[in-house]
Design a protein around this ligand. Sequence first.
Ligand code: 4NP
Length: 163
Amino acid sequence: MVKVLFVCLGNICRSPTAEGVFRHHANNAGIKDGFTREMFIDSAGTAGFHLAAAPDKRAQLTALKFGIDIGEIKARKLAQEDYADFDYLLAMDSEILRYMQGKCPENHLLKLHLFMSFSETSPGISEVPDPYYGEIDDFDIAYEFIDRAAQGFLKHIQNKHNL
Ligand code: 4NP
């Protein structure tokens, strides 16, 4: 099983969107996810501001425009065990990546990546901008970036893991 964790700050905007969008594309490609399946997909935040909260309403509405329901996701804080437990820990921006690099045991450092580095259609863009303090348009932009990176990442792991 390949285990993938999307990581942002609050786990209520970007990473639950990435979780839902990536699950959608993976499922459409015939890849099943869940505890006993080919892939396990999850998300977490480096801060614990919104523990157990559902995603921000604006993030939920943006994903719903594309038929993706992320309403059941509950925010959780990134845990130290996650570095050993997951195969890929995908940071939404450089600050999150640096935070994780500071906490991650050395033998798991190669599992950490900037999520946008997998986008084949966003040259020069390395981060998903945080829409939390922005307007609804900022959620549309974040969604577009996430969707591109999710498709690129799916291709990457399909090749690498023969899925
Ligand atoms: P996220 O966005 O990291 O994409 O979930 C944020 C959510 C909450 C806060 C900041 C960013 N906050 O400061 O509460």
